[in-house]
Every structure is written in C-alpha cells, then in structure tokens.
Design a binder for this molecule. Structure first.
Ligand code: MGP
Length: 206
C-alpha cells in the first residue's frame, strides 16, 4: 500500500509503489493554450505550389516542452535561405486560407542581422506562450522568414485586419517586447493575395 509523505509542499509516494503521484514541483508547467511549430523549406521546391513543403512539426502545451523544442532545433539563424519557421495556435494553419487567418494580416519586423533575428524570434515566442498581449485572441501566430535576396523578417499574424484599434495595440506591444523604435508596418492578407507582386501594401504603421 502506498504511504505518502509531504515534502516541501509537495506530495510524494514512498518507494516501491507503481502508481506514485508526480511531486507537484516536478509537474510540467501548463501553458494557457496549445501551440504548434511548423516548418517550410521552400528552397527545395522550385516550381512547386506554395505550401507543398509546409510541415507541422510538434504541438505542445507545457513550458518544458517548449524549451526542449527550442533548445534542440529552433534557431532561425541556422535556417537555409527561403525557409520559414512558424509558431501558431494549435488548430490554426499558417496560411491565408485558414478561416482564422482569412480576414487577417500581419505586422512585420525586418531583421538586419542573424543574431537579432534569433533574439526577436525568442522574445516573440515567449510573449505568445506567456500571453503577454492584451489582444491575445486576435493573434494567430508568428513566422520567421529567412530570405536569400532580401532581409530576414519576423511577421506576427493576426485575425481581424479591419480592427485597427486591436492591430495598433498589438503592434505597439510587440515593439515594446522587441525593444525597437523603428517603424513597423501592417499589411492585409487580402492585399497580398490580390497583388502577389512581392510588394506589400502597408495599411497601418506604428
Ligand atoms: P511570403 O513567403 O509571405 O513572402 O509570400 P516573401 O517570400 O518573404 O516575399 P514577399 O516579398 O512577398 O513578402 C511569397 C509568396 O508565397 C506569395 O506572394 C504567395 O504567392 C505565396 N504565399 C505566401 N503565403 C503566406 C501564402 C498563403 O498563405 N497562401 C497561399 N496560397 N500562398 C501564399
């Protein structure tokens, strides 16, 4: 029979039992929601349809899983050119076509140096899983894009592009989190979908 002893506020079972409860201080720290990492290596798909190399990597909902994933694989500076990393809310696909993203848009920060790209990526990931945005329901996810001919960038995708107040609040908060003063711009997915020229019309600035 399992005998239990209290140790520093946690409950542990005596050795020799098979159904020992996990000490509370060893239990994983649950996040508010589930998140999914995605990866897209576009460099391998010359001529292939957009999205054909987009892969779901892992869905997690604890702090411990996040750090283990981050430490092992997720550094955008190590990506080859034309590759993207995504962290999106579980159930939301990082595509304009996803119902949560269809009427949305994105704030974009240009990263001039790889070291800055890594720092901004990590700061943004922690802000998302740590629910630091007041308008958290508006956020779909974040994408780090490494581009050969252009500068690398990080884009924060949101849900309701037409809701200017919400987007401005998110843009301001993101700049604060990244500790940047340069202007950042918000574009609508609808415009990107229509134009497809590589030129992004900026709708809001902050
Ligand atoms: P991109 O990868 O978002 O931008 O979109 P990139 O490569 O950094 O270049 P930019 O200068 O356009 O910012 C590049 C192209 O990929 C788009 O013009 C679309 O043709 C296609 N594409 C990108 N996204 C995010 C989508 C998407 O969600 N759905 C579809 N169908 N095509 C997309």
């Amino acid at each position: 029979m399992a005998s239990e002893v209290a140790m520093e506020g946690s409950t542990v079972a005596a050795a020799g039992t098979t159904d020992a409860p996990v000490p509370t201080d060893k239990q994983p720290h649950k996040l508010d929601k589930k998140w999914t990492f995605w990866f897209d290596n576009q460099s391998k798909k010359h001529g292939a349809a957009w999205g054909s190399s987009l892969r779901k990597v892992f869905t997690f909902d604890t702090v411990e899983e996040f750090w283990s994933l981050y430490e092992n694989i997720f550094k955008p500076s190590k990506l080859l050119s034309n590759a993207d990393f995504h962290l999106f809310k579980a159930g939301v696909e990082p595509k304009w076509e996803d119902p949560e993203c269809a009427n949305g848009g994105k704030w974009t920060v240009i990263c001039s140096r790889k070291a800055i790209l890594d720092i901004m990526w990590l700061e943004t990931l922690m802000a998302l899983i740590g629910e630091q945005f007041d308008e958290a329901d508006e956020i779909c996810g974040v994408v780090a894009s490494v581009r050969q001919q252009r500068q690398d960038k990080i884009s924060l995708w949101t849900k309701t592009a037409a809701n200017e107040a919400a987007q401005m609040s998110i843009g301001r908060k993101w700049k604060e989190i990244l500790n940047i003063t340069d202007q950042i711009t918000y574009s609508f997915h609808d415009d990107s979908r229509r134009e497809r020229s590589g030129k992004q019309k900026s709708r809001y600035n902050v």
